[in-house]
Design a protein around this ligand. Structure first.
Ligand code: SF4
Ligand code: SF4
Length: 391
């Protein structure tokens, strides 16, 4: 929710400065600075909103360094809506509209354009030219293996006894870089008896626009989704970053993380083959602190016989991915990533499940740099792989 200045001041006034959120804040833990803590940021936002402090570069730096992980919100006994405060501060005080408009906006606004951009990347990979590009352009290092772009059908009907119908939210990053998870989700939902609707005019959740301080663009994208999705069906998300944004801003629809939905389904007619190994689960902050569905991932994976499911130690702390954060706050993003890589190494992780494409890209990039052979994958892909189809 984006607030007015007056509402921002009122919400900030609800913070009683108890400091209970401080130990949960990744940036405060790293810098030890009150200005990089939730309590400090709330005080700064209110002071700038009341013209007590100037909206200068130092203020912007403290707001920019916030990951929007919302750990503070989960810890706050007074339920201060930090997410709304941060979204408003970004929109009103720290806009980056020019950069956002020029580089990113066309791709997130027009799904077909993003799809078109995938073809040359896929071709470069096919012709083994993507690896040299990754060395030349640092941000290209985040690119995973690009699969052949999929043209999504509006409906994937189930041939199993019908249990219902759902809508699938593609998400701009997932549909570009994680088509395997979207395809796996359709496969699993169909096997369980659900028809899957994929509205062709759906667009970005608006999260990147909000992060870049463009509230108008974000509202436009939310309105498009509101019109194209059927409010009678749940909208399932495969990236918790998108799911959190939709939960916050698309209140007319029922939004659910795919694992949360699948974990409550009847699995008695579906057989999963055993998998004798241990999978570690990384909890994305948006799944823990906004959708509050992280436990469903463990529940879902436990449907696989013989699979041992464990939480990655340090799960309450952000990995540093945080949307575009990993690209524009590299020092903090890498420091947080190193903590995750250490946890992965010290626990001999070989299979890591995560429900957010941003976390997945960031962690996999760090693992690649260390030549670590760890598979990072969405939990639904693990389930889909174990499905036994009756002949
Ligand atoms: S959202 Fe995360 S990084 Fe930002 S203040 Fe809250 S806990 Fe700290
Ligand atoms: S826990 Fe809540 S009330 Fe306490 S300092 Fe943090 S935001 Fe303010």
């Amino acid at each position: 929710m984006t607030l007015t200045i007056q509402e921002l001041i009122q919400e900030a006034d609800r913070c009683v400065a108890c400091g209970l959120c401080l130990p949960h804040c990744p940036t405060y833990r790293k810098t030890g600075s009150e200005a990089d803590s939730p309590r400090g940021r709330i005080q700064l936002m209110r002071a700038v909103a009341q013209d007590i402090l100037p909206n200068n570069d130092r203020f912007k730096q403290h707001i920019d360094l916030c990951l929007s992980c919302r750990s503070c919100e989960s810890a706050c006994p007074n339920n201060v809506n930090y997410g709304a405060l941060a979204d408003t501060a970004r929109a009103v005080f720290v806009p980056k509209k020019r950069l956002f408009s020029g580089l990113v906006k066309p791709f997130i606004r027009h799904r077909k354009l993003a799809n078109l951009a995938l073809w040359p990347l896929w071709f470069l990979q096919k012709t083994h030219l993507l690896s040299p590009l990754k060395k030349l352009v640092p941000t290209a290092g985040f690119l995973p293996n690009i699969t052949e772009p999929v043209s999504w059908k509006p409906l994937y009907a189930s041939s199993a006894p019908k249990k219902g119908a759902v809508s699938l939210f593609l998400g701009c990053t997932s549909q570009a870089l994680d088509q395997a998870t979207l395809t796996a989700s359709i496969t699993v939902l169909n096997a369980l008896g659900f028809d899957v609707h994929v509205p062709t005019r759906q667009t970005c959740c608006g999260g990147i626009a909000r992060q870049m301080g463009d509230a108008e663009e974000s509202a436009r994208l939310v309105a498009t989704n509101q019109n194209v999705f059927d409010a009678a069906m749940p909208i399932l998300t495969v990236a918790s970053g998108c799911g959190a944004g939709l939960c916050d801003y698309l209140s007319t629809h029922h939004i659910q993380d795919i694992s949360a939905f699948l974990s409550t389904c009847d699995w008695s007619d579906v057989k999963l083959s055993p998998l004798e190994m241990r999978v570690f689960v990384q909890d994305p902050c948006t799944l823990r602190n906004v959708q509050k569905s992280h436990q469903a991932v463990y529940q879902l994976l436990k449907n696989i016989p013989a699979l041992e499911v464990a939480a990655l130690p340090g799960n309450s702390q952000c990995c540093g991915g945080a949307g575009t954060y990993m690209l524009n706050q590299k020092e903090m993003a890498n420091s947080l990533l190193n903590d995750k890589l250490s946890a992965i190494k010290s626990n001999d992780v070989v299979l890591l499940a995560t429900s957010n494409i941003g976390c997945s890209l960031h962690i996999a990039n760090g693992l690649r740099a260390q030549n670590a052979s760890v598979t990072v994958v969405h939990p639904v892909q693990i389930i889909a792989k174990q499905l036994v189809f009756k002949s």
